[in-house]
Design a protein around this ligand. Structure first.
Ligand code: GTP
Ligand code: MG
Length: 576
């Protein structure tokens, strides 16, 4: 190697200095120069490797840290996503059908609303109810309509222009191409969920756009259901301030308008208020009659206050029935499909569901849900309600008896079946007693029974965010069970069983502080009950019991002549 041959300018400078100033050290310097040069070359390679490595490393680190930050930002949702995925794959051999047979659109991002695509993975079996192709295509068309007419669009602006100013007849005036159904939140959460689904179905049938009053905590509970738009009614909607005041006395109330002859085929108001409540007048319930629908159809803005699941009554209309039959060949699955399409708990609520599920329910071989709603002025713990629950669950073999220790055939093997019982109630005493019972004594079957109750808040606190979120989480947890016992007349219970596609055991409502005998009945339908439906038909059918008009709409098992629902299992005898 020629040591004089500089490898680079630094080396050249160093060699010159060494030769002129310190000749005696030449040899040493030569050696050290060689070493340095050799080292220099190696150092360069080494440095290149190190710096190259560092560069690649930092790129990896950067992207990792970016992902990590993203993960931190989305920590809750990813955790839930994971939880849901693990549970889903653990339980199901078949791949998880995220879009539920096409019911859901793929157009949303997953982390912003984990429940949307992962809720179905929590269920141990796929739903026996498949959405029809017709329903799927109708939903896709609806999504387009909502995008075209929803908040912020030209169509919405045009439809809201001058709304709120009293008007006579808008039949011949242009208000744009879009018509709307506004849902106003009233009553308990169970009622809200059932009525929002009802109003949405009505909107689907009548090509309206459904918009949701957001003055209550709806957006703390549910994600947006329609892609690229919003279902929230803008806060500056011209009629918002009137919502609270809407009632039967209001001149825009449909029943009142009928009484006052203020609406006719030739006189169409721009908006009307529809009062579809448990105690609405017959004139308000004329809403369900075809002739009335012809008039109502022309009104651009309908504002609903309703607390009943009114879907069964829509089937009476000869106008809607053929369409409904096509949409829902399995009639009893109306709410089941609509709820899985529309309602997707927010990540906060979904976190509550998945954490509770993983902590208490996932390990069990079987899950039983018991929803206990006590309708009484001084509601709380009642012995007769406890007796009724035990009598129903033991008679129906949902829970075993307990036996004395010495009689027990306690099986020490590890194969003992574990049954988790999820109790939901405002009152903790029912679950506490069940828990003690199955802790103090062995079960007759050798099964291990674990009892859980997520909350027991004693007092209904509708519109308090965390209270409503807990109530919603509990409805979803109940829906994930294998069997479910619910209280008669409770919309909370209706949502839970129907969402899960479960036919519930309905606990009859106790009378005179005694446990009813029989204590409960197994429903033959998964659809909720329409409490207090119209007690009349329309025109010629007036006064006829509704159940005779359409054979698959019949009395609810948990009500005495005061509720109707959809059944697929037909009975041979007609109700007279
Ligand atoms: N977390 C929780 N809240 C409950 C429970 N039962 C009742 N609530 C609260 O009370 C409300 C009852 O209203 P709904 O959800 O409509 O249920 P419902 O059984 O039909 O009751 P009503 O509407 O009063 O006839 C719920 O929304 C909750 O706010 C329960 O088991 N768990
Ligand atoms: Mg209710």
């Amino acid at each position: 190697m020629d040591t004089k041959q500089p490898l680079d300018s630094d080396d050249e400078e160093q060699t010159y200095y060494e030769r002129s100033i310190q000749p005696k050290a030449d040899q040493w310097k030569k050696i050290s120069g060689d070493v340095i040069r050799a080292l220099g070359l190696k150092m360069k390679i080494l440095m290149t490797v190190i710096f190259g490595g560092l560069l690649i490393g930092s790129v990896i680190l950067l992207s990792f840290s970016h992902n990590f930050n993203d993960q931190l930002l989305d920590a809750t949702s990813n955790d839930q996503l994971l939880a849901a995925t693990i549970n889903g794959s653990r339980k199901s051999e078949t791949p998880h059908d995220k879009l539920i047979g096409g019911l859901l659109t793929a157009d949303f991002d997953e982390p912003s609303c984990v429940s949307r695509y992962y809720q179905s993975s929590l269920y141990s079996k796929p739903s026996p109810y498949k959405p029809s192709e017709y329903l799927v295509s109708k939903l896709r068309s609806y999504e387009k309509l909502h995008k075209r007419c929803g908040p912020g669009t030209e169509a919405y602006k045009e439809a809201t222009k001058n709304l709120g100013h009293d008007d006579d007849n808008y039949a011949n005036k242009s208000v744009g191409e879009c018509k709307y159904a506004v849902w106003v939140a009233v009553y308990g959460l169970g009622n809200r969920i059932l009525t929002l689904a009802s109003v949405f179905l009505y909107a689907l049938l009548t090509e309206r756009v459904v918009l949701v009053d957001q003055s209550k905590d709806i957006s703390d509970l549910f994600c947006e259901p329609f892609p690229g738009t919003s279902w929230l009614l803008p806060n500056d909607f011209p009629l918002v301030k009137q919502f609270d005041g809407y009632g039967r006395g209001d001149s825009h109330c449909y029943g009142t308008m009928l009484n006052n002859h203020a609406i006719s085929a030739n006189s169409t108001p721009r908006h009307i208020y529809l009062d579809i409540l448990h105690d609405s007048r017959d004139e308000d319930k004329m809403f369900f009659c075809p002739k009335d629908q012809t008039m109502i159809d022309k009104v651009p803005w309908l504002v609903f206050k309703t607390n009943v699941y009114f879907v069964p009554s829509l089937w009476f209309s000869p106008t809607f029935r053929p369409e409904l039959m096509k949409l829902f060949p399995q009639k009893e699955a109306v709410f089941h499909h609509l709820a899985r399409y529309l309602f997707h708990p927010t990540n906060q609520v979904w976190g509550m569901v998945t954490r509770y599920y993983k902590a208490h329910l996932a390990r069990a071989d079987e899950r039983l849900g018991i929803q206990i709603r006590v309708f009484a002025d001084d509601a709380g713990y009642f012995q007769h309600v406890m007796d009724q629950i035990l009598s129903c669950t033991q008679r129906e073999k949902l829970l075993p008896q307990v036996v004395a220790q010495e009689e027990s055939k306690v099986n020490a093997s590890t194969n003992q079946k574990l049954k988790a019982v999820l109790v939901t109630s405002l009152y903790p005493e029912y679950a506490d007693r069940l828990k003690s019972m199955f802790w103090e004594r062995p079960s007759s079957t050798g099964e291990i029974i674990e009892v859980y109750q997520p909350s027991g808040e004693r007092v209904q606190q509708t519109d308090k965010k965390i209270h409503d979120q807990k109530a919603l989480a509990e409805m979803y947890l109940l829906s994930i069970t294998d069997n479910i016992v619910t209280s008669a007349r409770s919309t909370f219970g209706y949502v839970a069983h129907s969402l899960g596609g479960l036919k519930p055991w309905l606990l009859y409502q106790p009378k005179d502080l005694t446990a009813p005998d029989p204590p409960c009945i197994r429903s033959t339908s998964v659809d909720p009950c329409h409490l207090t439906p119209p007690s009349h038909g329309c025109d010629a059918d007036w006064g006829t019991y509704s159940g005779n008009v359409v054979p698959f709409v019949r009395e609810c098992e948990d009500r005495e002549h005061d509720g109707i629902k959809l059944f697929d299992e037909l009975i041979s005898t007609k109700i007279s």
